[in-house]
Design a binder for this molecule. Sequence first.
Ligand code: NDP
Length: 458
Amino acid sequence: MITCTKELKSSYLKDIIRQIKLKNNFEPEFIQAVEEVLSSLEPVILEHEEEFKASALLERLVEPERIISFRVPWVDDKGQVQVNRGYRVQFNGSIGPYKGGLRFHPSVNQSIMKFLGFEQIFKNALTGLPIGGGKGGSDFDPKGKSDMEVMKFCQSFMNELQKHIGQDTDVPAGDIGVGAREIGYLFGQYRKIRNTFEAGVLTGKGLEYGGSLVRKEATGYGLMYFMKEMLKANNIDIKNKTVIISGSGNVAIYACEKAQQMGANVVAMSDSSGCIYDKDGIKNNIIKNIKEVNRGRIKDYLHDVPTAQYYENNSNIPPVYNIKADIILPCATQNDITIDTAKLLVKNGCMAIGEGANMPCSNEAIEYFLGNNILLAPGKAANAGGVATSALEMCQNSMRYFWSFDEVDKKLENTMINIFNQCKNASEKYGYKNNYVAGANIAAFMKVSNAMKEQGII
Ligand code: NDP
């Protein structure tokens, strides 16, 4: 359970949360992410309170090792100069090179970068692979831009970013607004500036130049491997369950694909404009064509499937969540599910939530789901398949070798089963029943805090 700060027993923890709120007053997403993690760690903190206090462990954990912010000037197709702001948050490198995606979206700011970087520390620890936590991006909006404009922006962004990354230092990948096209332009510019083919500096690369099979599918597939395992542990079969998915980007499309392969019935998907409902089951190849090829809107689905319905986004509850389903997969963005949406979903009889996105549920919504015995697969565990496969891409780059699709997919599946077991075991050990949110936080924290402890006060 996320414990309300007022109910915390640890004075050290209460003090830290108070300090974080004061110090990061204008960073609501970051405060939300930190509060969610720290409050669920209380049983562990109480066991080691004096030791953690003496080494200021929590104070160091919540302070990024480094934040880089920079100007990104570029020239648009009309010849006008545009200026965006770029970021890289190198949050915690205690278990490996910083690793985490780049997000290009107009909403990007320091609070969002820090919350994503903070989450990434724990997610990466859960994969069991040697990767630290980082995140980056820009307030650049690729939507509506020509390929030439996207390329010019990516090149200018990399002119600065290249000073701070490297295959043993910091390895970015994609996130919202950064897919194969953007990674290609970023990698090209890095290679030109450095005059070296350092494949392991970026992941999510094209297959022709060092990318890994399954990386594109990994976050969505991994989400469903985790979901299947969580349901199995609770004696529920995923077959024939109805599923709705918020979003229709990389994570959403491959979660849909795997859910369908597992025999579930996906009936709705969305984008930031609205959602489509197809009671006969979403035709994922049509969604792929709209989003991956034409860069169009989800509404275009109706051209191919006129019997489907479209609902415009025009209230505080995104319309996709009005559709009744057993399994809900928020795969769009943070705080998509507020307390009002959570109440609606529970009233409509959902049984499980799988967070494909990062922090898609508000803390109140998480609390409500857990309080109503809804199974909740937390993002930092359930969507870790993407970064885990990125680490496998780095591994193949180091070996100058490629694994087959089935080899990578099997490693991904085993990783997700292992992550689920870590969440389950840690939650049971600390008396949280079926609370995989707390389980994920505790299992990851144990690993990161041990590494920090052994490396001294840095
Ligand atoms: P994409 O850019 O491929 O797709 C994002 C999807 O979410 C689009 O359908 C988009 O709609 C929708 N969306 C974005 N912002 C908003 C918003 N403010 N309101 C409503 N809808 C929105 O991104 P990804 O699929 O890669 O990422 C989705 C989520 O998964 C993010 O939270 C990301 O951090 C997380 N994630 C991604 C990983 C990856 O490997 N890609 C790994 C782990 C987590 P529209 O096109 O209309 O903007």
